[in-house]
Ligand binder design. Sequence first.
Ligand SMILES: Nc1nc2c(ncn2[C@@H]2O[C@@H]3COP(=O)(O)O[C@H]4[C@@H](O)[C@H](n5cnc6c(=O)[nH]c(N)nc65)O[C@@H]4COP(=O)(O)O[C@H]3[C@H]2O)c(=O)[nH]1
Length: 844
Amino acid sequence: QPRDVRVGVYDNLPKIALSHDGQPSGIFGELLVEMARQQDWRLRVVPCDWQTCLSLLQRGELDLLPDVAYSEERAKRFDFHHIPALYSWSQLYSRKNLELLSPEDLKDRRIAVLEGSIQQDYLLGFLPSSDLRATLLPVASLDQGFALVSSGLADAAVANKQFGDRYAGEYGLFGTPLMFPPLRMFYATRKGANADLLGAIDQQLRAWEQAPDSFYRQTLQRWKPEGLRTQVPPAIWWGLAGLIALLLTTFGGAMLLRRQVAEKTWHLRASEARLNTILDSVEAYIYIKDQQLRYQYANRKVCELFGKRPEEVVGHTDEEFFDAATAHNLQNNDRRVLELGERVEKEETNHNLKTDGERTFLSVKLPLRHPDGSIYALCGISTDITEHKRNRDEIHRLAFYDPLTGLANRRLLLDRLQHALVRRSRRCGEGALLFIDLDNFKDLNDTFGHDVGDQLLQLVAQRLGGQARTEDTVARLGGDEFVVMIEDLSARPDEALAQIENVASKTLQALAEPYTLLGRQHICTASLGIALLSESRSSVEDLLKRADLAMYEAKSAGRNTLRFFNPEMQARITVRTTLESELRKGLQHNDFVLHYQPQVDHRGRLLGAEVLVRWQHPSRGLVPPMEFIPAAERCGLILPLGQWVLRSACQQLAAWARNPEWAGLSLAVNVSARQFHHPDFVNEVLAVLEETGANPLRLELELTESLLVEDVDALIVKMNQLKNKGIQFSLDDFGTGYSSLSQLKRLPLNQLKIDRSFVHDLQLSSNDAIIVRTIIALANSLELAVIAEGVETPEQRDALLQLGCHRFQGYLFGAPRVVGHLQDWSSAARLGGAPPLTPDAIEP
Ligand SMILES: Nc1nc2c(ncn2[C@@H]2O[C@@H]3COP(=O)(O)O[C@H]4[C@@H](O)[C@H](n5cnc6c(=O)[nH]c(N)nc65)O[C@@H]4COP(=O)(O)O[C@H]3[C@H]2O)c(=O)[nH]1
């Protein structure tokens, strides 16, 4: 029984076609007919076009399809025999005038290609990766492709060599040098079916291969185009095909390389575009600055902030977008990144020149490095936290400040107090809490209403703020209670006490000034309690309680006053304030007297006297100056007191001037630093001289060394003004203070006064003797007179004489007494009652 073999036949001469008698024809056709004859197959021909044939074969409606090129992809769908039935290669055919000589010439061309063919697959893979932008026109048959080219509807058509050589001329087409890789052609069957057919075909082809003049070769010869049939042997054709294949492979390689570069570039561009999209869509401000702090990149938000386009930002610096202070601050942070390689995280407040607005950013800045680690730029990411900061500040304000007065609230005060206590434990400066409660605030509030009460509280807050230093804390605890915390006071208790008292008194004075409320003047005093930070051994609350208790003490003491929590301190303050008020009264009542202490020369002759003030206290009797002069200096009463002393002394000089017996005597008057530094001092002295008529040459002002501590130049100016009028100057307590030789040389002095402490131990301490000798030598070299005070014994006097001192003052010659005593003493001395001086000490 002959085997039925269904064969698909389509029109592709010279390889396959249907003959007039309905049998397969062409190379594949005739070979198949011969094989069918030998294998006893009955061929059932199914005419179809190429695409249909492939579909029928896949569906199993054909047993065999001739002229199928092998490809990996096809091998998944079809089975092939092993020995190729034919080698074929394709090339492009075109009209002659188009001159398609290289692949570049295919740019923008329309290429007709058999649909479903290997060449179509090839072109579909190759063209998209090139930039040829050629268009493929799929056709059902090679004839159709040639017809399209011939009619101008396509620029080139792909056809196998066999077909092209045969029919190109008919369509007026020519083969171009553009070729496709050679293909191996087979009879194909459906996958997994008809293995016997394939085996038989292989067997037949092998047999023909070995025979030199086989049916196979005769068939090939028969179907060659006329011109080629004899001249070109098949081996040449195969060689040529190989060469073309090589060329195409090289071309393909170049194209592949080009495709890879194009792909890479495209990927880079794509990822850059992707990145830009991301960077421009985030809400952060992202930028890159180079070593010169010029912007190299700025995302959309940065450009919007500056109101500039990207190209107007890149290459520019912050000075062009922000004010100078902002730019300076930004550059400081940027340099830390670029120069030190630090990652900087900072809150930056920027003043924008364009919008004239201020915004705060949280910026993170990182160095960008080359592979070798060197920094070439910085990348900054800033987030706008203006709103957040505003909210944060507002929350902070609400949490820590009193809404009515804007002062610190209790919470902030306690916090600061806690810190102050910690600081104080490290340093030794004193600090204090002043607890202030307004006197009679409730009455005012009840009478005039809360609005007026609130106004008063605001005015009180302003006055307290005006009094305080920036480092002090002024707080409102609620109601009419305020607290001032002062720190960094002197570590010496007395000084600290004076400072605190000074602040507290000024505060009370400031608060006691009238307030204008509802157009009327109101007086509202306050009571003030003080607790020292050094007193607190326990909590801050405890400290506050102490100040509060002290404030209640002030209230019970009659209000508008201050009280210390510490009773000892309070006692000292009370003593001092009592002393001061009594001093004031003493001055009003003329309770002061002057005592005169004689000053003599080496012969015991009276030169004059030092004027020493005493206070004739109504209950305490005669009070020595050391008990009230410091208080008078502190509270300023030294000015009127000193004026009184000076005037009294000058009046005495004027009185003596009228009596020849006393006319040659001088008077030394002590002048305190505060007095001398008073701007009117010089004028006042001259006015007193004028007023009393005293001889300036008889007036000696005794200055202490403490005067030399501050502003020596101003001191010298003043001294010279007085010296020019004839007034003499003596430097008191010399040797105990701070005078340096260089300062001493500049002062217009007349005399140095050796302090009584050196005189006292002159014979006991060799040191004191050396000091006294030095002072005398110094006075001699500066051409100054020298006088010793506190001379109590003849031995001291003799020792001083020996050392070269010829003027004396001390109990040995007379204690300070009222002026009558001095005059009596002088008369007695002249009559020989004065202590004798040793002959060897007498001036030659
Ligand atoms: N141990 C001892 N002391 C002697 C002796 N001779 C005198 N004195 C005392 O030594 C002091 C000398 O006055 P001073 O050094 O200027 O020191 C004065 C002076 O600095 C100041 N002072 C007195 N009167 C005035 C004044 O009118 N104005 C100013 N600014 N200060 C005055 O008060 C200080 C003390 O004055 P006084 O108590 O009067 O004390 C006087 C005097 O009484 C002695 O032999 N032995």
